[in-house]
Structure formats: C-alpha cells, structure tokens
Design a protein around this ligand. Sequence first.
Ligand code: 13P
Ligand code: SF4
Length: 301
Amino acid sequence: MGLIEKIEHLKKERKAVILAHNYQLPEVQDCADYVGDSLGLSIEAAKTDAEVIVFCGVHFMAETAKILSPNKTVLLPAPDAGCPMADMITAEALRKLKAEHPGAKVVCYVNTSADVKAECDICCTSANAVEVVERGLKDAREIIFVPDQYLAAFVAGKTGRTFITWPGFCPTHARILPEHITAARALHPGCAVIVHPECRPEVTALADITVSTGGMSRFAHETKAKEIVVGTEPGIIHRLKKENPDKIFYPLTEDLVCPNMKKTTLEKVLWSLEAMQPAIEVAEEIAVPARRSIEAMLAIG
Ligand code: 13P
Ligand code: SF4
C-alpha cells in the first residue's frame, strides 16, 4: 500500500477527519477532507462528527479545534509548527494592557494561544474581523485589538473605529512591500492583485482586494481578470489553480513561504494516525473562557 492509501485506510479505522489550512503542502491539501481558512477550519472542527481531527496547520489552529471539540482527539502531526505572530503576545502581557484600560473590550485574532483567548471578550479571524467589530463590539467605548497591528489597521480603516493595539505582525506577510505591487502591475498589465489583511497598510492600499485566504478563493473564481497576483503564502496557489484552471496565478514575491506551514508532511500525517499522537490538550480552566470568546465570534456568523 502506498502512503496515501495507508492514510485513507487508517483514517476510516480511527473515524478521523483531516483538516488542512490553505497554506499546506499540495499533497497534504489533496489528502484532506476539508481545506480552508482559519474561520472555515474552526467551523468544520466545531461541527464534525468524526472522533479524531488530524489538523494540518499550526498549533493555534489545532488548539482552537480542541477547545471547540473537547471530547475529540485532536492530532497535530507537526507539533513544532507554531506561529511567530501568536508568540508575540502572552496572557500576562494582555492582562497588563487590560489593567491599563479598564472597561475596554478585547478582541483577539485567532492567531493567539488559548491562554490569550481566555483573556479576551471575542475572537476574530481575518475573514470576519470587520463584522466582529461592527456587530459584536458596536457599543464598546474602547477596544483593545491584539496582536496583529496590521489587521487592526485594516479593520480600523473599514470600520472607522480606533483601537488600542499591540505591535505584533506576521513575519511572512510583513515582507511584502508596496514596490512589489508596483512591479507586478508593470509586469502583468490588467492583472488583479489580491493581498491578505496581515499585510502592511501601505500594501493593502495598493491591492485590488484585501481578504482572508478563503476570500481569495471566492474572488479568484468571480473576477474577470485572467492573471492574478497573490500577496500571501504561496501554498494557496495550488488550490487557486485547481479551482480556476483557466486563470494564471503568480506569487507577489518569491520570498513568502511560512516555514511552519510547511512542516506537515504526508509521512507525519500517517505517523500521527498510527500513534494517535501528538494530541493537543487544553486545560479546562483555560478552555472554558477561551471557548466563550471563540463561540462569541462564531455567533456573529
Ligand atoms: P486565513 O487563512 O484565516 O486568512 O489566515 C492566514 C494565516 O496566516 C493563518 O496563519
Ligand atoms: Fe503565523 Fe504568518 Fe505563518 Fe500565518 S503565515 S502561521 S500568521 S507566521
């Protein structure tokens, strides 16, 4: 039996589902039951009736799945796959910030640890951050938005709200500069340029659309443009090409790989299903308040 057949076989035996983020390696995406952005993955993790979730992504995503499905086994085949942005804020630092702004509501990006989520009122992803602020926090006088300063700037621009921010950022998306967009437009006249809200404001200002990776998939399908320049981790281009064989996709720059998103291999998926490890655990006293903030987000729709 080949690697993929072995995974399929064991997946059935374990009653497992494989969830993969849009940035995963092509072969990992192809063996997944669901491929999506952080919001889509959280929704899938909450509603699946599988007994085991194999999470092909980074640690905070698997942790979110475990918080939403505490009675399921959540496996993270690459346990060292972290997110440097999520590591830029701790629960202790957030508690200090909250003490400096008593009465402020706290929204935290899903790219945070469970400890940080436990300290916030409502969670958001790049797909729903604008709605979370507009609908979930419309009566808030002061809002703390952590940890991504660029996502906060993007949402501030869309909602007209001001935020108390944190100097966090994604090291991958921060490498995208305005001159990359200018050069891409000169090289591909008539192209559409799509970027992620983790990009710098001077970059999002020059793009045709700024959306989550799930939003990129929808936009690529709907746009009349035949050439699309993609300003995010290039793993998503595999999916975009599969969904739109008549269109051409270019990475905005060559230097946008997120090393953590590439740590999951098919071998690791198989090993994790064989050993039923590494399994994610979240202590109950953290999981309960963290779940409240994620469910508050999911209730926004
Ligand atoms: P989305 O897929 O939710 O847009 O997030 C991108 C990301 O950086 C996840 O780590
Ligand atoms: Fe974290 Fe950026 Fe990698 Fe996403 S792309 S996991 S935000 S470092």
